[in-house]
Write a protein that binds this ligand. Structure first.
Ligand code: NIG
Ligand code: FE
Length: 408
């Protein structure tokens, strides 16, 4: 099957066969592109591209897409979501508007524990169907690779149920799906007085089953005051590594918790959230391969401080952006809207945002060999936009869907 896309107004993120694994620092403000371009896809893989002034004469194809007026770019790589959940939490949303904090809601047994109760009651097929609907919805908004976490089971059966749903999703859609094991998301009520016993349960009982069934790619933990401290996080990450699960952790959302440093120490693929990041956290990241993943749509929805993206980029580090799609802190998996928040609130440029949700998003899921750039040999998971003259119109036109078609 051969597809040719012609008359592309701008083909963005074009890297020849030596595409870098990730983009950092000042380079993030640069997006290589070609004006007035064509692109050929063969059996789902990017075959070649070039300028319309040099369209190959023998470019016959099974499908011809005329992209006049549109941009073509790699589909979004959303490296941090909790897309599998049972029910919305709009009641807590209203409580927060009235002044109750996210942490206070969690202390009262709401928040993640609320989601866990509902998830454990829900039939697995219904959970799959609801989650599939969300996944198709974000794909219609341009998501072409996604990571999804467990973490609303908080018991062996519930965690396995979530991870099995993620595996079914993965088998049902044409985009890469990665799974992270996040039993260390909150302490179940019955373990509140004996937290070590819950960490033991995760390490001794859940991890062997999850790894044994090959249900997870990564090990996650919510490293935060009132949730999992640095010592517990270290135990969990060491245990994950024993089963080959690389860490990808929640860090420094609400406090300077030491989460960034513990993630770096244990060779985390990424440390995510990062509202609370100062010089020590930046210094730690600079000596590492760990990707800083910012989740500003969650900061927006919780009304908390934003991530210091400028300090991180200006220090020469890469930045990845992800949605954090979940029922508590970010009930949206809308990447175009995420770029608007990043540009307006984090003062990232549109080019920086584009790099953050394509090439760096791919790297934060170890998909840099196959996703994130327009490179011959990579998967042709692409966005054809509605007519527009430049990528800056995506964050500018906030709240609207710029995607005309996702190819995947
Ligand atoms: O990434 N911060 C921890 N976990 C999720 C929120 C989970 C929830 O509130 O349901 C997050 O924001
Ligand atoms: Fe999260």
């Amino acid at each position: 099957m051969r597809t040719i896309i012609t008359n592309i107004r701008q083909l963005l993120q074009t890297h020849d066969n030596n595409a870098p694994a990730r983009i950092a620092g000042a380079d993030m403000d640069n997006v290589p592109h070609i004006e007035n371009a064509w692109l050929i896809i063969e059996n789902g893989i990017i075959h070649s591209y070039g300028s319309m002034t040099a369209l190959p004469a023998a470019a016959n194809a099974d499908e011809h897409i005329d992209a006049t007026g549109s941009l073509v770019l790699p589909a979004w790589c959303d490296s941090h979501t909790h897309l599998v959940f049972a029910a919305p939490r709009d009641g807590e949303f209203v409580d927060r508007i009235k002044g109750v904090s996210y942490e206070e809601i969690a202390r009262r047994g709401g928040g993640i524990l609320n989601s866990a109760r509902k998830l454990n009651e829900m039939d697995e097929n219904l959970l799959y169907e609801q989650s599939m609907e969300r996944l198709l919805n974000v794909m219609a908004q341009g998501t072409g690779a996604i990571e999804i976490k467990s973490g609303y089971g908080l018991c062996l059966e519930g965690e396995l149920k979530m991870l099995r749903v993620i595996r079914r999703l993965k088998e049902s859609v044409p985009i890469p799906v990665k799974a992270s094991f996040l039993a260390a998301h909150a302490y179940p009520i019955e373990y509140k007085q004996n937290k070590a016993a819950y960490v033991d349960l995760i390490i001794d009982t859940m991890l062997p089953r999850v790894a044994g069934e090959g249900l997870a790619d990564y090990m996650d933990a919510f490293c935060e005051e009132g949730f999992f401290g640095v010592a517990e996080t270290e135990r969990l990450l060491e245990a994950g590594w024993k089963y080959g699960l690389k860490p990808k952790i929640h860090a420094n959302q609400l406090h300077y918790s030491g989460g960034v440093q513990v993630g770096v120490k244990h060779n985390a693929l990424s440390v995510d959230h990062l509202e609370c990041v100062g010089d020590a956290e930046i210094a730690s990241l600079l000596g590492s391969n760990t990707m800083p993943v910012l989740l500003p749509a969650a900061a927006f929805f919780l009304g908390i401080q934003y991530q210091p993206a400028r300090n991180i980029i200006d220090a020469g580090l890469p930045v990845c952006l992800a949605t954090d799609y979940n029922p508590g802190s970010c009930p949206s998996g809308n990447v175009p809207l995420l770029t608007s928040i990043a540009c307006t609130q984090l003062r990232m440029t549109p080019n920086e945002a584009l790099n953050a949700v394509t090439i760096n998003g791919a790297a934060a899921m170890e998909l840099e060999q196959t996703m994130g750039t327009i490179t011959p040999g990579k998967k042709a998971n692409l966005i054809i936009t509605k007519p527009m003259s430049a990528f800056s119109q995506v964050p500018y036109d906030f709240g609207n869907n710029p995607v005309k078609r996702l190819i995947a």
